[in-house]
Design a protein around this ligand. Structure first.
Ligand SMILES: NC(=O)c1ccc[n+]([C@@H]2O[C@H](COP(=O)([O-])OP(=O)(O)OC[C@H]3O[C@@H](n4cnc5c(N)ncnc54)[C@H](O)[C@@H]3O)[C@@H](O)[C@H]2O)c1
Length: 408
């Protein structure tokens, strides 16, 4: 099997590693950022002849691999994927499918017309934590679900990194927060409840990481002598030079030269060295939404930037019992109304929750490989299945902006 990977950024790097580890040839890798391109190529033994400077360049060529992995940024997904489908490649596409609802539908339908696999990187479906909860619900452990509460604690430093200073900070270059970050969560709600969503109400916005909250005398870059360096939790040198010493993600987003000197230089003038109260960010730092399902049951979702933990916390209330879950603590508690017992549910746990999505990344790649080779039995995601969760996100964003309940 051969794949072409579009984008050698954070996610492209992850997929290059997992495909290589599974013996799949990376026949093409495309990225205009030559430093990233060569770094990913060198780590995975991809020869110079297989490197391209854009998705346009590699997809210009007649089909020469089995599948395309689209790990470019959200706004590039549509054109590049439509071209790949036209060429006849199976698709593994990063979420969100696209920041435009119509484009999502067009891509899914185009792949279906050509009978191509169109898998979406909803990696949480593969995380053992969510797999176990899905299994409990399907086996009737809590009866019929009346309400599903899911909270995404993004984590103060993670939010500042990705959604204030980083690539997902602004809707023009990325997507609204509920789509960019939380389409995973809405997908999990949709997947586990397994019901059709009929309407949504949502509120929230950007209130903390705004210019009005700039502390007195703070320069635009932290290294330019910020008087608040001791008290500010977002002081960039503290985050990237002291606190985060790992040279994988998120350090690799800051610079390709991850040495101390390289990181220091990147913070002096680069985007990750900026004061979090003086960036060009516009995505919401908190959002709440209530989704109503076809049978009247509801799901409530909260996203919050300002949390000490980076995790997901949930509670599922059913007619026979309830489930409490904490992703980061690897904990699932099942309460049964009849027996009045609280059961600590055991399941396989995998560490590295932030970068590996609890083991989901690796397992998604394995299933995609099987699917391309003809065995689609274990494939848990598809464009068609992801359309509902994407539509829930589009509707929630519309509701947040208009103050109206939106019907799907
Ligand atoms: N599944 C997940 O949990 C998850 C996590 C993070 C990001 N994502 C999604 O993955 C995608 C990529 O995110 P990322 O964090 O890797 O971003 P990134 O910015 O690190 O990587 C994107 C890469 O695309 C490259 N690119 C730009 N123009 C290109 C072109 N014409 N041809 C080829 N490459 C081009 C950029 O140079 C960059 O290196 C986004 O859609 C994002 O929303 C998914």
């Amino acid at each position: 099997m051969k794949v072409i990977i579009l984008g050698a950024g954070g996610r492209g790097n992850v997929y290059a590693k997992y495909f290589s580890e599974n013996g799949v040839e990376i026949a093409g890798l495309a990225d205009p950022n030559t430093e990233r391109l060569h770094k990913v190529a060198n780590s995975n033994g991809i020869p110079e002849a297989s490197l391209y400077h854009s998705w346009e360049e590699v997809l210009e060529k007649p089909k020469f691999a089995d599948a395309v992995v689209n790990a470019t940024t959200d706004h590039l997904h549509y054109k590049s994927t439509m071209k790949a489908i036209e060429r006849g490649y199976h698709i593994l596409i990063e979420k969100p499918i696209s920041p435009s609802e119509n484009e999502c539908i067009e891509m899914v339908e185009a792949a279906e017309r050509k009978n191509l696999i169109f898998a979406v990187c909803h990696v949480l479906r593969y995380a053992p934590f969510f797999e176990k909860i899905k299994e409990l619900v399907e086996n009737g452990a809590v009866g019929d679900i009346l309400n599903f509460q899911l909270t995404e604690n993004v984590g103060y430093w993670h939010f500042a990194h990705s959604f204030v200073r980083g690539v997902f900070r602004n809707e023009k270059v990325s997507s609204p927060m509920i789509l960019a970050k939380s389409c995973h969560d809405l997908d999990i709600i949709s997947y586990i409840m397994n019901k059709k969503c009929v309407s949504v109400m949502s509120d929230g916005g950007l209130t903390h990481f705004v210019h009005a909250n700039k502390p007195e005398g703070a320069p635009t870059h932290c290294l330019d002598g910020c008087p608040h360096e001791k008290s500010c939790p977002y002081f960039a040198p503290k985050l990237y030079l002291t606190q985060i010493t790992d040279v994988s993600w998120p350090t690799t987003a800051v610079t390709t030269d991850t040495s101390f000197a390289g990181r220091y230089a990147a913070l002096q003038t680069g985007q990750y060295g900026r004061c979090v109260y003086q960036c060009d960010n516009d995505v919401a730092d908190h959002q709440s939404a209530v989704f109503t399902m076809e049978d009247g049951s509801t799901a409530s979702f909260n996203l919050i930037a300002l949390s000490s933990e980076t995790t997901r916390i949930l509670r599922i209330y059913g007619t026979k019992g309830d489930i409490q879950g904490h992703l980061d603590r690897n904990q699932i508690l099942l309460s049964d109304f009849n027996s009045k017992k609280i059961i600590d549910v055991k399941y396989d746990t995998v560490s590295s929750l932030v970068s590996g999505h609890g083991g989901g990344d690796a397992r998604l790649v394995e299933d995609f490989i099987d699917a391309v080779k003809g065995d689609t039995r274990s494939m848990k995601t598809s464009g068609r299945l992801s359309l509902q969760s994407h539509r829930m996100a589009f509707a929630a964003e519309k509701s947040r902006k208009t103050g109206q309940r939106i019907s799907l």
